[in-house]
Unconditional design. Sequence first.
Lengths: 229, 229, 203, 258
Amino acid sequence: MCLFDLRDVHFAYAGRAPVLAGASFQLHEGERLAINGHNGAGKSTLLRLMVGLLRPTAGAIIAFDAPRQKEADFHEVRRRAGLVFQDPDDQLFCPTVAEDVAFGPLNLGQSRDEAMAQVDSVLSLLDLMYLRDRITHKLSGGEKRLVTLAAVLAMSPAVLLLDEPTNALDEENEARLVEILQSLPQAMVIVSHDPHFRRKLATRSLVLRGGVLGAAPEAAAQCTHAVTR
Amino acid sequence: MCLFDLRDVHFAYAGRAPVLAGASFQLHEGERLAINGHNGAGKSTLLRLMVGLLRPTAGAIIAFDAPRQKEADFHEVRRRAGLVFQDPDDQLFCPTVAEDVAFGPLNLGQSRDEAMAQVDSVLSLLDLMYLRDRITHKLSGGEKRLVTLAAVLAMSPAVLLLDEPTNALDEENEARLVEILQSLPQAMVIVSHDPHFRRKLATRSLVLRGGVLGAAPEAAAQCTHAVTR
Amino acid sequence: MHIVDGALSNPVVIGGAVVALGGIAMGLKRLPVERIPAAGVLSASFFIASLIHVPIGPSSVHLILNGMAGLVLGWAAFPALFVALLLQAVFFGFGGLTVLGVNTVLIAAPAVAVHFLCAPVIRKGPARRAAVWGGVAGAASLAMTGVLVAFALALTGDAFVPAAKLVLVAHAPVMVIEALLTGAAVMLTRQVKPELFMKEAWG
Amino acid sequence: MSILASLAPVRTMPQARFGAVDPRARVVLSVGFALVTVGLSELVALFAALAMATGLMIMAHLPVGSTLRRMAAMDLFIFALIAMLPFTTPGTPMFTIFGFEASREGLYHAVQIALTANAVALAMLALLGTMEAVTLGHALHALRCPERLVQLMMFTVRYIEVLGEEYARMRQAMRARGFRPRSNWHSYRSYGYLVGMMLVRAIERSERILGAMKCRGFTGRIPLLERFEMRRRDWQFVAGFAVALAVLVGIEVANVFV
Ligand SMILES: Nc1ncnc2c1ncn2[C@@H]1O[C@H](COP(=O)(O)OP(=O)(O)OP(=O)(O)O)[C@@H](O)[C@H]1O
Ligand SMILES: Nc1ncnc2c1ncn2[C@@H]1O[C@H](COP(=O)(O)OP(=O)(O)OP(=O)(O)O)[C@@H](O)[C@H]1O
Ligand SMILES: [Mg+2]
Ligand SMILES: [Mg+2]
């Protein structure tokens, strides 16, 4: 089954040069697709388009087998595709970890008790129960990153969209993240600058360059990223 | 001559785990020292300690051949060591570019005319005269970055402390920045994630890891940064 | 909430301007230069918060949050809210020029009042109790604003008395929302950054 | 966020007739216009004031459509305020609706308010709304507004966009997690947290700003540098504007004594 199918997507921020100029790709069940590209290439923009936080100026976004155009179309997409933002601080706005993780389930209409049960199960899954009652704002960068992942997983999405998930992670936490992600059944789109991380996780790689997605020359050299950055 | 000499510096933010745990290094005249380290390693904290915006919990900061402890000690340090902040929006607080660049010189006791002459000379040096009367919050990310550098250079510092200066720069502006920095006579501490930028500028490299500064394994391979990130 | 030019009688407009000048002067006197960045950045936050539309039944209202502004800023709420109103008037055509003083008083005076009534309780004690008092502050400041608007209208002429009553009624549901929101905001800030309310010098 | 962008001038228009007029003059003239208009009571004079404001709007090259839309938003609000006046003001009956009698005096008063408010708002948008907020600050400083008030305004203007973008990203992140605002406790609490978090991040930013100021030798002064100069054309514009205001007063006086 095809989870996402982007066809010739064009996008420009108001009054700026185009960011995407005909980006196309498909994401299939069970895939972990890595997307690479230099700073400002439009990787975050692409992920935001996929969940309808931005609308393409041209092209089609087909998600979960239905074309998505209006805001209402994307409500379902956002339930089934969880986006982890590039900057954890943009995503964490509740005082405590438990409340932040419960935010998504509550939005899906769960009762307070159901949501709290969900919080506990997700935090246990990620081995993060010790953070449950901590103040989000005072976590370290790495802890924040893991909590944002938990917050998205709490919505039981079918697809994970990860925007530079290794940002702010030290080696230990990064190894842990790799392990967690490898164990998850979800299909994923992973935006990352880090070739080692990509290699460990991705089943397929693309590069965003000049507003279009192309095949990644990963095989060419270990150092591709040094060229593309 | 030794410009900065940090000895066994320890630091923790209130109620948090230690960020620095015995960081030491020396900066000598004419050097361009690159400091690398993953997100949250404490690089920005280290620079803030050097100019006395934070005080170490233990260890000594010797700057320009004098130990510095009290707020008053650091007034001179701040005049002679110019810190360019990680987020240009934190540093460009004046309404117009000219006012922002003049802020430092006026604080050093220059008259309005002297300060304006200094503004013009620094902006000309960096080829930024066309930005002189622009509104700071309407500059692009790259322009903001270059103006913050101008604002610091306007104080004629002996040392430049640059916190991720290539953030938010496109390739063109980055090339320009490299050229400018290469032409400047000042000693520098450059915090940067970008191995190419470091390689082009640095005369020496250190890595901040686990709260201490160690030798950078730059020589080992082109791909070191992939390991250290 | 914004009263427009030409609606109020001259004595009310002039009285408002005088009180606003006094409040602004008082606020600036207690605002040392080192605090100006903080006050300016907070003023910008409240400007943005006032653009947030919150649903209420089938309709929606935009937030005022003068209670929260008062709790955080104290007397500095006068100049800070004046600046926000000035920018709104000039660039959005919202409100008016001669009534800028009146409008400032309508919003800032209750803010300062709840600062002295509620901020001392909010600074200490458990976060939950602080949140309740935050809610009280949010409701009380908006209620006071409603009363002041009604008062300004009624002072202008008897013909406005029904409109004044309507203003009071219209404020009631918004009061509830501001109370809940301010309560939650206080809850968060008390846990995350209690220092936000500790700035004695603001008061 | 487009609404924040509009804190910038409604439109930068170097070609506008008074785009180049000294900002100080524009501030003084818009206050003058507001005071005169609020003082008018004759409908003819008020219509003349509205016509003058419309003229200013055209001269300023304001985008007509969006300007009128802004005015309409304000008028909706005014309407709530004045709709009852005809029925609550005693006087000569004019018509009845649902058994309520509308008086001539009340209707007159309502029209007065609507005209005044629209004329002043339009003139203000044309004269002041077309200038950078930063320029407005400089002009107020040059006109001897308290320095600290101007600095407060400058900081506010400086950071509205930065914080607005921060806010926009946080709202996006909420939407991405399925947040849809409703009238319930969950929504209001979430908004409250959002506002609180914005304030926390703002205050932390202000701490970094103060650090940056100290790094550049901050000694308790934030300089404001402005250079304004009244040129011949500025004086001409002021003179013309003054004549127009005098004409407004003339129309009023003539009608009062007729
Ligand atoms: N809200 C916005 N308004 C206007 N321009 C924007 C906005 N967000 C991003 N941009 C611009 O669009 C371009 C693409 O941005 P985007 O964040 O998608 O890049 P990216 O590939 O994610 O980069 P990075 O690796 O730095 O995260 C950049 O030039 C950026 O400056
Ligand atoms: N004002 C603060 N209060 C409390 N903790 C802080 C503060 N500033 C930074 N920290 C924490 O201290 C640690 C080091 O932060 P610092 O900004 O120095 O890292 P960095 O190496 O500059 O990272 P980056 O590459 O992301 O800029 C981080 O865990 C951060 O969360
Ligand atoms: Mg990105
Ligand atoms: Mg840093």
